[in-house]
Design a protein around this ligand. Structure first.
Ligand code: DAH
Length: 366
């Protein structure tokens, strides 16, 4: 191709001239028996290459008003030719130009959706928010002090065995209370909150927890809890019952009944397990509730005075007032498993699906 001198420097004429050069390059690249090395020499050669000639003929001689556009088109052309040459080597020869081609299909951005666990957790939190509770979060890597000691699990207490703990490696050199572990429950955030804040408190604490559990249809080493803590003057077990009864009705529907059974947790005294009437059969008895009519859903109780004492002690160490005076204040706490509630709600039979990251599963909840 002989290089024509440009005489017309209107944008249309410039675009037309560059389009002709590009078309020429494209047809060479697309032709059978295309030789990439020969093409490179012919078009991109530093001294004799066509692009060099083009630059000499069009760019250098252009009048001021045409120079900017020619410069831009020249760079775009060079990029397009180099790109096409690269693609030719991978068998996907295609010349692209950096100007906008509105006929190309757009890139779709799939809209994400909340994971069913996150959705359920937010819905539970919302029930309590409407009762005046606010949300707190805490770390998943926790110290023995927050996860156990301050919650009235003394060292070597058998209650620790109920929480199959995943510990962080190489902590033996530290005093026990400073050793790190993966939190086994959200309860340590009760302590962290009471260290930072003074009563009255009404808090919900959603989060991820970890246990050394073998995976099966109902167990996963990672799962989720929502914790609650209410501390004020004159908080009684009736407040606990009323609050949880209301929360269960707000979450599962107003026909749901609750009942409380004596239980044990080191950090509450007395402690209780809460059951709700079976949401599948209405309490008549079915396979889901093992024909009992009831489903066990959460643990709760009145905050053990030893917990307030541990908080006061630590507050003093931190230079703060020990304001959790057990002669004046009391409180209740509760904790529930989000995964089980989610599985019940959506009819999911294998907890592993919630952690598989499989979009075919997750899309069903979008
Ligand atoms: N932390 C307990 C667990 O993981 C659940 C729990 C029970 C939390 C009773 C509480 C509570 O706050 O009062 O098994």
């Amino acid at each position: 191709m002989d290089i024509q001198q440009l005489t017309d420097f209107s944008p249309e004429a410039i675009d037309k001239a560059f389009a002709a050069v590009l078309a020429d390059a494209q047809s060479t690249i697309a032709s059978p028996g295309f030789d990439a090395e020969a093409f490179r020499l012919e078009w991109l050669g530093r001294k004799q290459g066509r692009l060099k000639q083009l630059s000499d003929a069009w760019l250098k001689t252009a009048p001021v008003e045409g120079k900017k556009l020619i410069g831009q088109r020249f760079n775009a052309l060079k990029e397009a030719i180099e790109g096409a040459l690269e693609n030719a080597g991978t068998g996907t020869a295609k010349v692209t130009v950096s100007s906008l081609d509105i006929t190309l299909p757009g890139t779709t951005q799939p809209v994400g959706a909340e994971h069913p666990l996150v959705k359920t957790m937010a819905e539970i939190v919302d029930v309590f928010r409407k009762m005046g509770y606010s949300t707190r979060l805490g770390p998943e890597v926790e110290s023995d002090f927050y996860n156990f000691e301050s919650l009235n699990f003394p060292p070597n207490h058998p209650a620790r065995d109920t929480q199959d703990t995943l510990v962080i490696a190489d902590q033996e050199g530290k005093p026990l209370r400073e050793r790190l572990l993966m939190r086994t429950h959200t309860s340590p955030v009760q302590i962290r909150s009471m260290l930072m804040e003074e009563p009255p408190l009404r808090l919900v604490i959603p989060g991820k927890v970890h246990r050394n559990d073998e995976s099966d249809a109902t167990h996963s080493p990672v799962f989720h809890q929502v914790e609650g803590l209410c501390v004020d003057t004159n908080i009684t077990f009736s407040d606990l019952k009323g609050t949880l009864d209301h929360a269960m009705k707000a979450f599962f529907g107003s026909s749901v009944k609750t009942r409380f059974f004596p239980s044990f947790f080191p950090f509450t005294e007395p402690s209780a397990d809460v059951q709700i009437s079976c949401i599948f059969c209405g309490g008549k008895g079915c396979r889901k509730c093992k024909h009992s009519g009831w489903i066990e859903l959460l643990g709760c109780g009145m905050v053990d005075p030893n917990v307030f004492e541990a908080v006061n002690q630590r507050r003093i160490e931190l230079g703060k007032d020990p304001v959790y005076d057990t002669s004046k204040i009391s409180g209740f706490a509760f904790g529930m498993g989000v995964d089980r509630i989610t599985m019940m709600k959506y009819g999911i039979s294998d907890i592993g699906l919630l952690y598989s990251g499989d979009n075919r599963f997750l899309e069903q909840f979008a």
